[in-house]
Design a protein around this ligand. Structure first.
Ligand SMILES: [Zn+2]
Length: 593
């Protein structure tokens, strides 16, 4: 962490969570809370809750939650430090400059210089394209690719000429140091030839981040030399797994979807044809980070995701992988059928945008696409092959999270593949618990393994949540319940903080959440304190329910410890003590709110 806890606390204090959230989400009063439609998942009835008292938010639909910093991180797609700076400015908190080491400052200056050099290079390449040196490149873009001047300008396409150091010379006259050019991936250095351009004789595609800063380039060679496409390698400013080509434009598109394509040219020709919602991964495969990024953007804008991958074997495999990754973040994409053409560029050139729009409207649901591709792996004429396929279908169905969604697919599948619903249900019951709910496509080996059930720490969360609502309970059970009774990680750390906060007299939930910089841990911490309990009517029943909860947590803790124990004499004594603690519970006279 760059900043001390007091500073983070000050930023939280100066930014009222209700104000910050309500400027992005429409909130309505509901008891002591505020509720609204969740900006992080698609819903029709509000389950997104802001608690001004606890100074946190939590969504009962998708489980996302946290403090005011977490909200900004998710909503604005920022990391912890960025969100902190943003809120500090908003709340008029001056962040201590001295916390930045000299090293950090130098790094950030170097980054800026690399961005400046890239920008200057993009302008240089663009001017080249329209000069006599760029004739070949311009001819390729206009005649072969049929791009208009307007499109070329929009994407800032350019040309790197055949000499080997014209860009380097140009940037050096602008005062850029060798190291900046090398680190930005614009120049190469070797002893024999010195500093020279990395790209030459190529049509240049500047790659921009979401804030329209040029972070790298893709270059397509003129002629037959290899490689056909050359990209800037990973650099401090160019992280392929966190950026998508065209996203800076697609983000502002009015279309109700994003279309993921395989290459730069696909994106550009789609934008020219009016599909300004197209993006592509940057010369690499689609990654989990891309999926997570798209999830954040699309859920907020309530947009769908479509895949427009090549129709060949490699394209199908890439599409299957992308579907898996998107399903991991809760998105079911659709797949656009490009046949009889290879890619969107070819399709649009031959059949035009209207036909492509039709294909968008008719895009196949990703789940049915997987099934259709899976089908090809089995010999359906062989009864054994058909049975394996049916098992596979059942497992795939079990990976669907929502019950209603699952039922709909089950019916479709039953009709399409001629399997009785009864049979399908039986298979689904068999596969419906535990490990298969990871949303992943099961592998062949999974077929033979019976799923296991895992304790999710739900009781531990409930107990901590209950104590945070009624802190008077803690002194009454402090001799029985210890932080060690909670699973290692966020649960145990939150228990430690909560118990010591209660002893010190104030519970500070936002600070407990701010102990984590990653949004997943923040959500987990928030889920503890955002827990929604249905309380029994009478005091007596509440007391009983609480005691039972303590007992469940203790038993879980006990069995976890017993499993790990080596059975030594000391362990035996400890076991007896733990049993005694459980006994004590029976005599507990609780004073419950
Ligand atoms: Zn949600």
């Amino acid at each position: 962490m760059y900043y001390p806890e007091e500073v983070i606390q000050q930023v939280i204090d100066r930014n009222d969570i209700e104000d910050v959230v309500s400027s992005c989400v429409e909130l309505k009063k509901s008891g002591s809370n505020l509720v609204g439609l969740c900006p992080f998942h698609n819903e029709k009835t509000p389950s997104f809750t802001v608690s001004p008292n606890k100074r946190m938010f939590y969504c009962f639909g998708c489980g996302v939650g946290g403090n005011v910093i977490s909200f900004v991180m998710r909503y604005e797609n920022m990391d912890f430090q960025e969100a902190l700076k943003y809120l500090a400015e908003r709340g008029g908190v001056t962040l201590p400059e001295s916390r930045y080491s000299r090293e950090d400052r130098e790094k950030s200056e170097h980054r800026q210089l690399m961005l400046d050099a890239n920008r200057e290079a993009a302008v240089f390449y663009y001017k080249n394209l329209y000069s006599p040196k760029g004739i070949k490149g311009l001819k390729y873009l206009k005649e072969e690719r049929r791009l208009s001047d307007e499109t070329i300008k929009k994407f800032g396409l350019g040309f790197s000429e055949i000499t080997d150091s014209s860009l380097v010379k140009h940037l050096k006259t602008k005062g850029f140091a060798d190291k900046v050019l090398i680190d930005a991936g614009l120049a190469l250095f070797d002893e024999k030839r010195g500093l020279r351009d990395r790209f030459w004789n190529r049509v240049m595609f500047p790659i921009m981040d979401m804030h329209r800063k040029v972070i790298g380039f893709g270059g397509r060679v003129m002629g037959d030399s290899k490689p056909k496409y050359l990209n800037t390698s990973e650099s401090p400013i160019f992280d392929k797994s966190r950026n998508l080509f065209g996203l800076n434009y697609a983000r502002g598109s009015r279309a109700n979807n994003f279309i993921i394509c395989e290459g730069y040219m696909d994106v550009i020709s789609m934008h020219q044809a009016g599909f300004d919602q197209a993006v592509a991964s940057l010369g690499t495969a689609f990654t989990n980070e891309h999926a997570a990024m798209l999830e954040r953007i699309t859920q907020k804008a309530k947009k769908k995701i479509l895949l427009a991958y090549d129709s060949d074997g490699a394209g199908v495999n890439a599409a299957l992988r992308a579907i898996d990754m998107l399903r991991d973040v809760g998105i079911m994409p659709r797949v656009i059928n490009m046949k009889p053409y290879k890619d969107p560029d070819e399709f649009i050139k031959n059949l035009g945008p209207e036909e492509f729009q039709k294909r968008i409207d008719e895009a196949e649901n990703g789940f049915m696409y997987i099934l259709r591709q899976t089908e090809a792996d089995f010999d359906m004429s062989d009864p054994e092959g058909k049975t394996s396929f049916e098992k596979n279908i059942a497992m795939l169905l079990c990976t669907l999270n929502e019950g209603a969604e699952r039922d709909n697919y089950a019916e479709t599948v039953s009709r399409k593949y001629n399997i009785t619903m009864e049979n399908l249900r039986k298979l689904m019951v068999f596969y419906s618990t535990g490990i298969f709910q990871t949303q992943k496509r099961p592998s062949r080996e999974d077929l033979s393994n019976r799923p296991k059930v895992k304790d999710s720490g739900k009781n531990q969360k409930l107990l901590l949540g209950w104590i945070s609502n009624d802190p008077e309970l803690y002194p009454q059970i402090s001799s029985i319940v210890k932080p060690e009774d909670f699973d290692e990680g966020v649960l145990r750390e939150s228990a430690e903080r909560l118990f010591s906060d209660i002893q010190n007299g104030t519970i500070n939930i936002p600070a407990m959440i701010a102990a984590y910089e990653d949004p997943e841990s923040q959500s987990e911490a928030a889920s503890i304190f955002g827990v929604r309990m249905i309380m029994p009517e009478t005091k007596e029943e509440r007391s009983k329910a609480f005691t039972e909860l303590v007992e469940k947590v203790k038993r879980n803790s006990y069995s976890r410890w017993a499993e790990a124990s080596a059975g030594s004499a000391e362990d035996m004594i400890k076991a007896i003590e733990m049993k005694k603690a459980l006994e004590k519970l029976k005599d507990l006279k609780l004073d419950v709110k």
